[in-house]
Write a protein that binds this ligand. Structure first.
Ligand code: FNR
Ligand code: 8K6
Length: 346
């Protein structure tokens, strides 16, 4: 497993101390103003020996909220709260990116006191907010051109706020069926204007967000997470393949810090992608790729050795083991993750 403990240069400005990343993990522990707490700063600092921490998904503005107590990056108080987190991580020699999030149609007006939620098209996601059965997902409003322009500005502002808060960069959450991903899949995007129907159009908003943020804070500090395979908050449509083929070719022209697969289990295969999400991304994108989803240090190290991806993100095992990196290095037994662990920050 030596390859996991080698440094990795993302670019000229950022070198990671090892190849184990902390995957973004929503914990719903911010305070009532969606401000990160001291307990969150301590939690992240305990994981500062990973090569890079990617923060839990953090909303860019109020109407992006789909779960209780998810932190934000749009008020001065929230920026201050994150500053405590980034200072604590940096004091222990770590690096941390903010994951920037708007849940689109997976948002719920309950959380922000609004009348409706925004999405590419007026197609609701089925079901209810997890653990809040009374909150049935609503039919979203299809975003107008002005609303799309404002969303792009707000993503860019949130990225600037992240840098103000001391983050080393941002990962744009373009995965898991949230707003950006909703533009990239036919099941959630039936627009007939320049944001729908063709791969070029469906990739227009995601690329505009990537470019606005890259221009604002530098492409070397901008990363992206994508889910070419529909598996969460999203229906399957084989035409999505050509959308992602085009989108990845466009991303290839940019100099992002890394591309990260969004998946819970990377052994899952998708017919229209011809295999796993990571294999599809590797075949269509040649730059730094982060793999994730059900890996152990052993299987992840082997996947890197087999050139399936360059960096390994670890999620649930890092919830269960704050000292994951040290334990793996020392060959110690890990505590097994269970969902009950989500109730507190250890
Ligand atoms: C997640 N995941 C996730 N993904 C993301 O992009 N942003 C997020 O905020 C979250 N939040 C989140 C919370 C919890 C409790 C879980 C279990 C997962 C997905 C996560 O980043 C990762 O892709 C999966 O957990 C798969 O990796 P592991 O856990 O098998 O290593
Ligand atoms: C990103 C925000 C998530 C909110 C917290 C919920 C985390 C629950 C983790 C389990 C969900 C598993 C979903 C996997 C879907 C696979 C379907 C084939």
């Amino acid at each position: 497993m030596d390859n996991l403990f080698q440094p990795y240069a993302l670019n000229d400005t950022l070198t990671l101390q090892n190849r184990i990343l902390m995957a973004p993990l929503t914990r719903c522990m911010a305070d009532e103003n969606l401000v990160p707490t001291q307990a969150m700063a301590d939690y992240y600092a305990r994981r500062a020996d990973t090569g890079l921490i990617i923060s839990e998904a953090t909303i860019i503005r109020a109407d992006g909220q789909g779960y209780p107590n998810t932190p934000g990056l749009f008020t001065a108080q929230q920026i201050q709260g994150w500053r405590k987190v980034t200072d604590a991580v940096h004091a222990k020699g770590g690096k941390i990116f903010a994951q920037l999030w708007h849940t689109g149609r997976v948002a719920h007006p309950h959380f922000f006191g609004g009348e409706y939620v925004l999405a590419p098209s007026a197609i609701a996601v089925e079901g209810t907010v997890p653990r809040m059965r009374e909150l049935v997902y609503t039919v979203p409003k299809a975003a107008s051109h002005e609303e799309i322009t404002k969303l792009i500005e707000d993503y860019s502002q949130a990225a600037a706020n992240a840098i103000d808060a001391g983050f080393d960069g941002v990962e744009i959450h373009g995965a898991n069926g949230y707003l950006i991903d909703q533009f990239l899949h036919h099941a959630s995007n039936t627009r007939t204007d320049e944001y729908g129907q063709t791969p070029e159009n469906m990739a227009r908003f995601p690329l505009a967000v990537v470019d606005a943020i890259s221009n604002r804070i530098g492409a070397d500090r901008t990363a992206l997470r994508v889910s070419p395979g529909a598996y969460f908050n999203m229906g399957t449509d084989a035409r999505d393949r050509e959308v992602f083929d085009y989108f990845l070719a466009e991303l290839e022209k940019r100099e992002l810090a890394f591309l990260h697969l969004g998946i819970f289990d990377d052994s899952m295969t998708f017919d229209y992608l011809g295999g796993t999400g990571s294999a599809y991304l590797r075949a269509n994108y040649s730059k730094t790729l982060v793999g994730v989803g059900g890996y152990s240090a052993e299987t992840g190290s082997q996947a890197i050795a087999d050139n399936k991806f360059d960096l390994l993100a670890i999620g649930r095992p890092l919830i269960a083991n704050p000292d994951y990196v040290a334990k793996v290095k020392a060959g110690e037994t890990l505590v097994e993750y269970s969902d009950e662990m989500l109730a507190s920050l250890i």
